[in-house]
Design a binder for this molecule. Structure first.
Ligand SMILES: Nc1ncnc2c1ncn2[C@@H]1O[C@H](COP(=O)(O)OP(=O)(O)OP(=O)(O)O)[C@@H](O)[C@H]1O
Ligand SMILES: [Mg+2]
Length: 147
């Protein structure tokens, strides 16, 4: 049975500045397990993509001046596993399988390329995406750090 050795919960306004904040907080949090530079880079990238999705997509229908929130909860386990859950209370995704298809995007042409989920999937060991329309989206990622 794996045991939790540390955990963190964060709630950040869905503003673009908080993509870097989330990345830095997760880096500091996982430092306890002495990750390699590569592992650190992988997790930073995956977290950036998930948080950016909340900022860019989840709250696109909110009026200007009203902020949604990004909720992050991370855990370290004694078997050197890191889990990071990133969620929002935004618009949700109608078809998660379609959304996860590489190059699929509802974002603006030239700005988004539909690669975020693929990046999360390739840099982490597992990725699960749960979403309900008009309720929000939760992305759960796990990574096993080298012994
Ligand atoms: N948190 C979310 N809330 C609502 N829709 C989302 C969310 N995350 C992803 N999506 C939907 O899934 C699509 C694919 O996401 P993905 O991150 O793979 O690509 P992208 O964000 O469009 O482009 P990129 O990440 O390459 O800039 C998005 O275009 C959007 O329609
Ligand atoms: Mg994206």
């Amino acid at each position: 049975m794996k045991r939790i050795i540390n955990e963190i919960k964060l709630r950040l306004p869905a503003k673009s500045v908080n993509e870097a904040v989330a990345r830095s907080v997760i880096s500091a949090f996982m430092a306890e397990l002495n990750p390699t530079i590569d592992e650190l880079g992988d997790v930073r990238c995956a977290v950036s993509e998930a948080v950016t999705n909340c900022i860019v997509h989840a709250y696109r229908d909110l009026p200007d001046g009203v902020d949604g929130y990004v909720y992050i909860s991370a855990r370290l386990y004694d078997n050197r596993e890191l889990s990071v859950e990133i969620s929002d209370n935004g618009c949700g995704i109608e078809d998660v399988t379609l959304a996860r298809t590489p190059a699929y995007t509802t974002g603006e042409l030239g700005e988004r390329c539909g690669m975020g989920f693929l990046v999360m999937e390739s840099f982490m060991d597992s990725l699960s995406v749960k979403s309900r329309l008009h309720k929000g989206t939760t992305v759960l990622m796990r990574k096993n750090l080298k012994p």
